[in-house]
Design a protein around this ligand. Structure first.
Ligand code: NAD
Length: 358
């Protein structure tokens, strides 16, 4: 891969390759775009098979963060960090302190946070050597677990899709099929239950399934049966790439709206959904509640729950606008979202941005 050509084509500003001999740290930090504010994105700890695979991932993920923050109306750009290693055996306090030093040297252009393979405790070690960390515990002045906020944002997104499809955001009597009832999925299931929706769920975790059956009256189906459930809304809240050539022909829902990242196997699957008349709420627009919560910590005055709630509730309007534009232009919703996010960044380039403000 020609890294410089990729970065130029995708608009990346910076790539930092970081090593530390003593602790064995091998990491890559990418800053995609800082037009709207300092770049923010999680730190992924993963045993990448090669340095090139790690670089490609960090470049791809940092670009996604730019668009997610832009669509969430946050004064932040997109960045990401990957540490190459096995999170079960390669973590050490020294390694996280070395990573913190590298982040600190970037002077605030990149703010790190939790991601796959890292925990709040790891981030607290990182914060010993850098000021530029978000997503800390409530005890440390942070916003705590972002999952409940992600779930609220997904609910707002589902309401927006319902408004677009049926002319009302009321979910009473609607049937929602949820794939994955973990931290986000279960919180979403509870809110949908209270809103009067009927639930069908699947998960690999038997205990969670029993809980959903008993507490929420949910119907349980097998892992592969969730796609063919005859329902109003399908909410993927487990894995990425579940909307693909194999699953899309099975779907019998009117709407797809869930928290999982990278739900479309490829961007072309957005067009496949459009042709089938299924409304798809673009993943990074609907699942921004978590980043909104984390970002609040780095805003002026620190974490502010009232502002978080306002921004998360605004996901309703953002999703609705994306659906309306896509419909008016006859394009898939994922393309409409990408276009809007890029436009917001391009517009901001022509004016001066208030940085570090809520
Ligand atoms: P989680 O690990 O708590 O929940 C995932 C659930 O999916 C688990 O209960 C797991 O058992 C289940 N699962 C695993 N494989 C499955 C399969 N094949 N079929 C059905 N269920 C399966 O994770 P989470 O924090 O709830 O996140 C869910 C999704 O939302 C992930 O894709 C995550 O990247 C995304 N997301 C989460 C947040 C957040 O704030 N937590 C924010 C943005 C995006």
């Amino acid at each position: 891969m020609d890294i410089l050509a990729y970065m130029t084509e995708h608009g990346h500003e910076q790539l930092n390759i970081v090593t530390d001999k003593e602790s064995g740290l091998r990491a890559v930090i990418a800053v995609h775009d800082t037009t709207l504010g300092p770049s923010l994105g999680g730190c992924r700890f993963y045993p990448f098979e090669s340095t090139e695979a790690a670089i490609l991932d960090v470049l791809r993920l940092s670009e996604g963060m730019s668009y997610k923050s832009a669509m969430a109306g946050l004064p932040l750009g997109g960045g990401k960090c990957v540490v190459i290693g096995d999170p079960r055996s390669d973590k050490s306090a020294e390694l996280f302190r070395a990573l913190g030093r590298a982040v600190q040297q970037m002077g605030g252009r990149y703010i790190t946070a939790e991601d796959v393979g890292t925990t709040v405790a790891d981030l607290e070690t990182v914060s010993e050597t850098t000021d530029y960390v978000a997503g800390l515990s409530v005890a440390r002045g942070g916003g705590g677990d972002p999952s409940p906020w992600t779930a609220v944002g997904v609910l707002r997104g589902i309401e927006a899709c319902a408004e677009f499809r049926w002319g009302s955001r009321d979910l009473r009597g609607k049937h929602v099929a949820i794939q994955g009832i973990g931290k986000v999925g279960y919180a979403l299931a509870e809110m949908l239950h209270h809103a009067g929706a009927r639930l069908t769920v699947t998960d690999v975790n038997e205990a969670m399934l029993r809980r959903a059956e008993q507490a929420l009256g949910a119907t349980v189906v097998g892992l592969d049966d969730i796609y063919a459930v005859d329902c109003d809304v399908f909410a993927p809240c487990a894995l990425g790439a579940t909307l693909n050539d194999h699953t899309i022909p099975q779907l019998r829902c009117a709407i797809i709206a869930g928290s999982a990242n990278n739900q479309l196997a490829t961007p072309a699957h957005g067009e496949m959904l459009r042709q089938r008349g299924i409304i798809y709420a673009p993943d990074y627009v609907i699942n921004a509640g978590g980043v909104i919560n984390v970002a609040s910590e780095v805003g002026e005055g620190g974490y502010n729950e009232g502002i978080v709630r306002k921004r998360v509730d605004a996901i309703f309007e953002t999703v609705l606008t994306v659906l309306q534009r896509a419909d008016a232009e006859g394009i898939p919703t994922n393309r409409a979202a990408d276009r809007e996010a890029k436009q917001r960044i391009a517009d901001a380039k022509t004016r001066r941005q208030p940085q570090w403000a809520h």
